[in-house]
Structure formats: structure tokens, C-alpha cells
Design a protein around this ligand. Structure first.
Ligand code: TPP
Ligand code: SF4
Length: 339
């Protein structure tokens, strides 16, 4: 850690740009918590890059006093992959929305994850297209009435965490805009992870999808609706901390400790380091109408990152054959002139 890095504060990461989000948007809280976490990472500002696509969420790089790229719709993972591979000493962040990352950018999203590029991907999931004024997105619920689905959506929604796990993500977490502690924790853990780190953030768009998460995150009911995952601890939740998740065959079910002979020993212990992603996948599939919504780190396993392996190969090739010459490579062997 450099001396300059240890002295940084939140204010060092705030830019002088006017913030153009609607008053009350959940994006403000995410920005504030990311700016809070940055000084704790011990990375100098000039070693941090935020890359975004297109959307309200994708305005994020303007507001961070770091390097930033407001790039192409859905292509932030591809641009960020290039940045990370060519400058492996940088801390590279992708900020995307459920539309940017899962509609037009779905392909780039899964391949950046599959390759385990050392990027931190923050997906602001408001279950709507905000910037374009309220069309349904790939995470909008079936039946959702929006400007582009006036009779209700006939699309089944994606579960971003299931998708990330299916694409072999080595780090997956979920948090929410209204929980600064959990937000800071997940962002910090993502930053510490080597390889792809995917964080889904439940975010309220108070203009076009207000209250999308009220039935989960509203403070008076949150302890019964949210299960905070803690590595090595049983998956217990509820305002009396007496409910938990128990396995019944291949399915999870909610059980009450102290009823029907259920004890704490019956409750599944969370293991974020399990090489087998099956339990993380089961957690990502819980129906939010009848189960608590897991928040925190689902999975954190180590696997060599794409950028590490690629740069190792470049180093080995350079040691063996000397520095390359692109011009002579392109002109070697048979060449043609096309008129
Ligand atoms: C090639 C292209 N297609 C479509 C659009 C229109 N467009 C801009 S942002 C966006 C989706 C934004 O939704 P999301 O990623 O959820 O971000 P939010 O605004 O909700 O933060 C769309 C469809 C565009 N700008 N460019
Ligand atoms: S439209 Fe929605 S997501 Fe976009 S800035 Fe406004 S409240 Fe936020």
C-alpha cells in the first residue's frame, strides 16, 4: 500500500460533475458507498478505472474521481477486459444495468464471467430501463405492465445470479441500495477477489419502477424477508432469528427452529468456498414470494484469471522468441495485394 493511498478519503473519489440522476434514485446511495469503500482498498486513484455501458447507472464513471470510460451499450465487459489485460496493475470496475448488462450486453456479460477476467462488475438491477423512460427489462417480472408491455410482459425474467453461476462465476454477491453496510461489505469483498467478481445490487428507480423491492427491503419487514449469508454460519433469519433453510432432498425449505423437532443443527451452514456451485445455485433460485432473499456473498472461489494466464503466455513467448514484430508477422508467408 502506498503512503498516498492510505491518506485518501471519500472526498478524494468524488468528482466535480453535476449528478444527473433523479432526486431519490437508488443510484446515489450506491455511489456514496462505493466512494466510502475506495479509500479502504489502498489503491491509488490513478490505478482505478470505472467502465460503463449505457443507461442511468452507466453515468457512474462521471461521478468517480478516477479514470473512467462511458463506453458502448452492453460492451463494458469487453472494453474492461482490454483495459485489464493490457494494464494488469489497474483495479478495473464495470458498472452496468439490468438492461445494459443482460439485454444488449448479455453475451459480453457471460463471456467475461466465463473467462474469469479480473474485473469487478456492479449490476444495478432496477428491473426496468430507466434512461429510456420505463420499458421492461430482462429482470422485469412476468406480467409486468410497462410502456412497452401495456398488457403485461410475456417474458420470463432472468435471475442474474443464476446466470452468473451458470457461466462459472468465481465470485457472486447480492446487496441492495438501502443497506449501506451490506453494500460496503459486498463492494469491498468484490475488490479483494482475484478474478471476476459479480455483484447484483437491488436498486430502486423511483420514477419508472418505484417500490420494486419494497416487499423485501422495507425496514419493518426486512429481517423476515432477507437472509444475510455468512460464511461458516447456519442460514438463519427472521426477527427472532429462529427461522432457517433446511435441505429436503434436493430442495431448500424454510424451517422454524424449536418446532417439529428442528434444531440449529438441521439448518444448512453457508460455505461460500464450496467448489461445487450447486448450493449457491439453489440459493439464487429461491422464489422471493415464499422464501427469504439471500444477500451477501454466495460464492468466492479462486481460479487463475484470464488476464493472468494471457500475460503469462505473452511473457513465456517473449522469453522464448524475443519481442514480437506485428508488421513482420502480418507480412510473413504468402501475401496478396487486392486491387
Ligand atoms: C444500440 C442501442 N440500443 C438501444 C439504446 C437505448 N437504450 C439506452 S439505455 C437502455 C437500457 C437501460 O437500462 P438499464 O441498463 O437497466 O439502465 P438504467 O437506465 O435502468 O440504469 C436502452 C435500451 C441505445 N442507447 N443504444
Ligand atoms: S430514471 Fe430511474 S434509474 Fe434513472 S435516474 Fe431516474 S430514478 Fe434513477
Amino acid at each position: 500500500m502506498t503512503e498516498a493511498a492510505t491518506k485518501l478519503t471519500k472526498a478524494d473519489f468524488q468528482s466535480d460533475q453535476d449528478i444527473r440522476w433523479c432526486p431519490g434514485c437508488g443510484d446515489y446511495s450506491i455511489l456514496a458507498q462505493v466512494q466510502n469503500v475506495m479509500p479502504e482498498l489502498g489503491v491509488p486513484k490513478e490505478k482505478v478505472v470505472f467502465v460503463s455501458g449505457i443507461g442511468c447507472s452507466s453515468r457512474f464513471p462521471y461521478y468517480m474521481n478516477t479514470y473512467g470510460l462511458h463506453s458502448i451499450h452492453g460492451r463494458a465487459p469487453a472494453v474492461a477486459t482490454g483495459v485489464k489485460c493490457m494494464s494488469p496493475d489497474l483495479s478495473v470496475w464495470v458498472v452496468t444495468g439490468d438492461g445494459d448488462g443482460l439485454s444488449i450486453g448479455g453475451n459480453h456479460f457471460i463471456h467475461a464471467i466465463r473467462r474469469n477476467v479480473d474485473l469487478n462488475v456492479l449490476m444495478f438491477n432496477n428491473r426496468i430501463y430507466g434512461l429510456t423512460k420505463g420499458q421492461y427489462s430482462p429482470t422485469s417480472e412476468l406480467g409486468k405492465k410497462t410502456k412497452s408491455t401495456p398488457m403485461g410482459s410475456v417474458d420470463y425474467p432472468l435471475h442474474p445470479i443464476s446466470l452468473a453461476l451458470g457461466a462459472e462465476a468465481t465470485f457472486v454477491a447480492r446487496t441492495m441500495d438501502v443497506d449501506p453496510k451490506s453494500l460496503r461489505y459486498c463492494v469491498k469483498r468484490a475488490a479483494e477477489h482475484k478474478g471476476i467478481a459479480f455483484v447484483e445490487i437491488y436498486q430502486n428507480c423511483n420514477i419508472f419502477n418505484d417500490g420494486a423491492y419494497d416487499s423485501i427491503v422495507e425496514k419493518s419487514i426486512r429481517s423476515d424477508r432477507v437472509l444475510y449469508l455468512e460464511h461458516g454460519k447456519p442460514m438463519i433469519f427472521g426477527k427472532d432469528m429462529n427461522k432457517g433453510l433446511k435441505l429436503n432432498g434436493f430442495q431448500l425449505e424454510v424451517a422454524t427452529i424449536g418446532e417439529n423437532g428442528v434444531t440449529e443443527k438441521d439448518i444448512v451452514v453457508h460455505d461460500e468456498t464450496n467448489p461445487d456451485p450447486t448450493m449457491a445455485f439453489l440459493l439464487s433460485r429461491l422464489d422471493e414470494a415464499t422464501f427469504p432473499v439471500p444477500m451477501g456473498v454466495f460464492r468466492a472461489v479462486r481460479r487463475p484469471a484470464f488476464d493472468e494466464m494471457m500475460n503469462d503466455q505473452v511473457k513465456a513467448a517473449t522469453q522464448k522468441s524475443g519481442p514480437g514484430d506485428l508488421d513482420s508477422l502480418l507480412n510473413q508467408g504468402d501475401t496478396w495485394e487486392v486491387h
